[in-house]
Write a protein that binds this ligand. Structure first.
Ligand code: SF4
Length: 451
């Protein structure tokens, strides 16, 4: 029988994660693979034998951040010749061996969906002394079913339901880095969630690039909404979140499940990107301003109040002042609970590079500032209405602010309050006494366990 070579002693690793929630889960999968093969987690980078940067390539800023970090690690490596440095994830896939030219001290390169081969790459590197490379390709995309996951929380878990994307938004590198969409079977997803519930997990976040386009064709054409409905029946699962849905794939069936299943959180992140139909067409988003607003209206007419957040890009090529005005008036029409807004960042190999009418950097910054101020005012008004209300939060962590804890309401409001750390991972009732555009502040009244 072929023997898997083992490292002589327990090597320690440290993963630094950049980017989205899918990357956070990928890091948990990489950690699972390394721990299952005898490695241990280092407390911090200085105690690690292997440092992995799990990267993002959605914006140039994210890529430059990684190169800056690689510069720091080069200095660190000068005193530690045996230190292994790896770049994994989307940037590794997009930049490829260019990374080895710019940063020859990098030992490992691996694309996304390659988490289960990372230990072998570390071993290869240690034994051969040469860089180890494993990129994702459509012919060899890596497994979808992964059981080696070292979770960062004992009460909240993310679960991949699909990987990759079949859309072709003209500004986006994801179809190139993560490939065509592949979906897991609903049977396997539900089995994983049943196991998580049995292990005490109470909140599940479903992940997919366009999560709501999910359909299990071999599993009785199970739709995304049907999957949610079945998850809501699993004992112990109290909160179900998902990200990110694609506006055109938002269905009446999904809205109905969100109305009737209290476990499905009453918050939806619905990336709009622009309020101008002309720009949406140039982005190839597949919906118009009017179509998007119709979906929002349906959500607002729902029997259960559902909060809405979004992503917005300003300064896309060809965006004129009137298009930008359309985005501002869309903010007023929707009144998002929160919005992630960015300046357009040209990405390699994307069709948007060929679109004329580049918006100068300074103008992009001006528009972003105006947009963020408008959105801040809206959030201020929305959050003010919570004053005096008693909300239920699932306590997540110690807060960064002067109060001790931070939790989240079902509709995704961040609530800071004072209370014992033993509340982390449990529900608590909090009376809201203060607010800012981004969070609420309150006084702890009772935890669910005490009721
Ligand atoms: S839907 Fe568009 S923006 Fe989202 S991952 Fe796919 S191509 Fe990128």
């Amino acid at each position: 029988m072929a023997q898997t070579p083992v490292l002589n002693m327990a090597k320690k690793f440290f993963i630094e994660t950049f980017g989205c929630q899918m990357n956070v889960l990928d890091s948990e999968k990489i950690a699972g693979n390394l721990c299952c093969n005898g490695m241990e987690v280092a407390e911090n980078p200085s105690k690690a034998d292997v440092i992995l940067l799990n990267t993002c390539s959605v914006r140039d800023k994210a890529v430059q951040k990684v190169y800056a970090r690689l510069g720091e690690l080069k200095r660190h490596k000068n005193g530690r010749k045996d230190l292994v440095v790896g770049v994994v994830g989307c940037m590794a896939q997009l930049e490829g061996e260019k990374i080895l030219q710019k940063a020859p001290h990098v030992d490992i390169l691996a694309g996304p969906q390659k988490s289960q081969g990372i230990h072998s790459l570390v071993e290869q590197r240690i034994h051969s002394g040469l860089p180890s490379v494993d990129m994702r390709s459509n012919e060899n995309p890596g497994p979808l079913e992964i059981s080696q996951i070292r979770r960062g929380s004992h009460w909240r878990a993310s679960v991949t339901i699909s990987e990759g994307c079949n859309r072709q938004c003209t500004y986006c590198v994801v179809p190139e880095t993560r490939g065509k969409e592949r979906v897991r079977s609903s049977r396997s997803i539900l089995m994983e969630i049943e196991k998580l519930a049995a292990d005490g997990y109470i909140e599940i976040m479903l992940l997919g690039q366009t999560v709501n386009s999910y359909i299990d064709r071999e599993g009785g054409n199970t739709t995304f909404a049907a999957l949610l409905r079945r998850m809501a029946q699993i004992n112990g699962i109290e909160r179900i979140r998902f990200t990110s849905p694609y506006p055109s794939d938002f269905t009446e069936e999904l809205l109905e499940v969100m109305e009737v299943c209290s476990q499905v959180c009453n918050h939806i992140h619905l990336p709009v990107q622009s309020g101008s139909t002309k720009i949406l067409q140039a982005m190839r988003r597949g919906y118009t301003r009017e179509g998007y607003l119709e979906i929002v209206q349906k959500i607002k007419n729902s029997k259960r109040p559902i909060s809405i957040s979004t992503d917005i890009i300003v300064g896309f090529p060809g965006e004129q002042e009137s298009d930008f005005e359309d985005t501002l008036t869309l903010l007023d029409a929707v009144r998002y609970d929160s919005a992630f807004s960015f300046k357009y960042s040209p990405r390699p190999n994307t069709e948007a590079l060929k679109i004329s009418g580049a918006v100068p950097e300074e103008e992009k910054s001006r528009r972003l500032e105006i947009l963020q101020q408008r959105q801040k005012d809206i959030q201020f008004q929305i959050n003010e209405a919570y004053l005096g209300q008693i909300v239920e939060v699932l306590v997540e962590k110690r807060a960064r602010s002067r109060v001790s804890l931070a939790g989240r309401t079902c509709n995704n409001k961040i609530v800071n309050f004072n209370g014992p750390e033993t509340l982390i991972g449990h529900f608590a009732k909090v009376k809201i006494e203060g607010f800012s555009p981004n969070s609420l502040k309150g006084a702890w009244i009772q935890s669910k366990a005490l009721e």
